[in-house]
Design a protein around this ligand. Sequence first.
Ligand code: SF4
Ligand code: SF4
Length: 434
Amino acid sequence: MQTNFTAEQLTDPHVAEAEGILRKCVHCGFCTATCPTYVTLGNELDSPRGRIYLIKDMLENDRPADKDTVTHIDRCLSCLACTTTCPSGVDYMHLVDHARIHIEKTYRRPFMNRLTRNILALVLPYPARFRAALTLAKLGRPFAGIFKSISPLKPFGAMLELAPARIPASSSFARPATHTPTTARRGRVAILTGCAQPVLDPRINEATIRLLTRLGVEVVVPEGEGCCGALVHHMGREEQSLQAARRNVDVWMREVRNGGLDAIIITASGCGTTIKDYAHMLRLDPAYADKAARVSALAKDVTEYLVSLDLPPQEKKGLTVAYHSACSMQHGQKITMPPKLLLKNAGFAVKDPAEGHLCCGSAGTYNILQPDISATLKARKVKNIEATKADVIAAGNIGCITQIASGTAIPIVHTVELLDWAYGGERPGALADR
Ligand code: SF4
Ligand code: SF4
């Protein structure tokens, strides 16, 4: 694609990067076929190609974001299916990240939209605040329908609907500690506790720590780590996301110096995509660029790390698992085979639901901020999963787990909970009656 940036504009490294990305796009439109919003809404401006044109126009003319551009960029799930499909290697992720920062700096959103986004950014990344908010949401749940019937209040209705009926007690596994291996030591890793996941489902990291220590891996839950920054990053709140990244880089580099790390284990693929991008996010910060690159290189989804441990095959379990590949797993991190290979090796029959490339509509806070599109995508995803007639659904991202669970009676667990069970751990609670 031909671009018309001035030499002066290109002195800004962010604009220069965006220009390089834009030039790679050849307008072929292959990406439209796999874009969930284009497939759902049928509007070219809700396709990757359409958004690329909007971003190009906004950046080239150096103009503040307008309502139309914001509407179509906001509808993007950042699922990155377009980056898997694009034959020209267009780096849509970094282009839309840059567009969102530009929007955040130049566009004043309507009051209710600003309020919702501020609440999300002030609550979700902090486990104690999130837990308190979920407790309040439980009380408000019966009124979700009323909120959803009033357009500006719809996001609050979606929030109330998503709030779990039961909030698990906080887990001792989320506290800073070193978990020593129970068999011959074969490695040392740090685990990301994260923000929303330990509140919504602490069993995921409990299963991970139990499994890894049983396999001979020392697991450190470092003091001082926190939210990876993905949530605010996707809102275009650059400084807040960089602060989160710097804090976590400092914490993990301390562990690298104090005992060495073979990996930083991440059990939520949405966080994994962002932490693997720290190298890029902090590339212009001389104090952090090298350290962030080291951290990104160490970041591993738990399934990526487990395949490197060569686990022995297990007897057949007689259970069929529908494997839901989160967008951040398959498109963001390009991890497709390891989770399924691990599950098969552990004795489960694995099925791939149809249209596995399409997002479930969770996408961070998308199911709150864009509840209608999200609900359509959820219904489509659940229909495809239920068609597999599986006994259980496995996924590697808490956002997808929460979203899909709200639409089906089939139990859903994190992949690592099934693996922990297969290799000597407890049967996942969600499968108690199966
Ligand atoms: S990230 Fe997903 S929703 Fe956004 S343009 Fe690409 S395919 Fe479409
Ligand atoms: S597939 Fe790639 S090159 Fe083709 S229109 Fe989409 S982003 Fe551009």
